[in-house]
Design a protein around this ligand. Structure first.
Ligand code: AVJ
Length: 321
């Protein structure tokens, strides 16, 4: 007997949007309320994130690009001739392109992403721009172990994980993820990753609550997305964007705070809010250089080098397993 047939509570349908609905029902039914940050990135959210990356207050993207430019030759020196580069989650190829300029000896580039269509488009333009490079997209969820295409098992491998995406994971989850990367890349591999640094509260909070309101729109888009895709009836104007540095946990938290007491409905279920009650929508962990080295060590990665910009805003780590 299908256990769902004997369960009296309504079950979310098991489709791609069914997972979204299940996560939304779970998250809004929990206390404190929370929603997974991965749902920010529908088409509208991805466009808003692109806008965030060029905001004056949002230092991570431009700072990381600067470090990759300046340290490209040093990074290249760490990778053996003929190595293949695996990128975990391939957003825009801007950062990769900065790195590729310095890596003429690279034999192949393997972007790993859940969106196959996006991957194939990007692969096409990259092949045009770097004719000597084999581009082999891998459609997979990089947070779980997956297999590389045949023929890459005995090649020298390097991993690339830019953007401080690692900061979206709880430290224990981040260590587990680094261990997954290590198993995929194998012994002797080099991993290059971007990690945002702990800094002044005012600088951090401005980066996640910009004057133009783009980050607020990015956060609130989650409610619009629920309305669009899940038959939600939430008034986004009844929620306020809030970004705060939780110093004890060393993370920026984003919240959507209910401006009034209210009940919202999503696909037939109701959720009530007190005035001022929040939905926790994102954590973005910030590390010290040594703090991140210690985390990496738990997953069997040794620090080879770590580079920062002159103002110490952001770091790029090279690790070896
Ligand atoms: C894409 C996860 C690195 O945490 O800085 C930007 C996402 N959220 N502004 C970050 C984000 C709000 C971003 N990451």
């Amino acid at each position: 007997i299908d256990p769902r047939l004997t369960d009296s509570s309504p079950a979310a349908p098991i489709t791609e949007n069914g997972l979204f609905l299940a996560d939304v029902w779970d998250g809004l039914g929990a206390s404190p309320k929370a929603l997974p940050a991965k749902y920010f990135y529908d088409a509208a959210g991805s466009a808003l994130f692109e806008e965030i990356t060029v905001l004056p207050e949002y230092y991570p993207t431009r700072t990381e690009l600067g470090i990759l430019d300046a340290r490209g030759p040093a990074i290249a020196a760490l990778l053996p001739e003929g190595a293949a580069l695996v990128e975990f989650g391939s957003g825009s190829t801007a950062k990769l392109r900065r790195l590729l300029r310095h890596l003429p000896g690279l034999s192949a580039y393997l972007p790993v992403d859940v969106s196959g269509e996006f991957l194939r488009e990007q692969a096409e333009t990259l092949r045009g721009d770097f004719p000597g490079l084999a581009v082999e997209p891998v459609v997979a969820d990089f947070t779980r172990p997956f297999a590389l295409p045949p023929g890459y098992g005995d090649r020298a491998l390097a991993g690339f994980f830019p953007g401080s995406t690692i900061g979206n994971f709880e430290p224990n989850e981040a260590a587990r993820l680094l261990d997954v990367f290590g198993r995929i890349l194998g012994t002797g591999a080099t991993l290059v990753l971007g990690v945002d640094l702990v800094k002044d509260r005012a600088v951090l909070e401005a980066a996640y609550d910009d004057a133009a309101g783009v980050t607020a729109a990015f956060n609130l888009n989650l409610l619009h997305r629920i309305n669009r895709e899940l038959d939600g009836a939430i008034d986004p104007d009844s929620f306020a964007h809030r970004a705060v540095f939780n110093e004890a946990a060393s993370r920026i938290e984003m919240h959507l705070v209910s401006r009034r007491a209210q009940t919202v409905r999503v696909a037939g279920r109701s959720f009530s809010f007190r005035e001022g009650e929040s939905i926790h929508t994102e954590n973005s962990y910030k590390y010290t250089l040594d703090g991140f080295r210690a985390l990496a060590a738990r997953a069997g990665w040794a620090s080879v080098e770590a580079w920062t910009d002159a103002d110490g805003l952001f770091s790029v780590h090279a690790l070896r397993r």
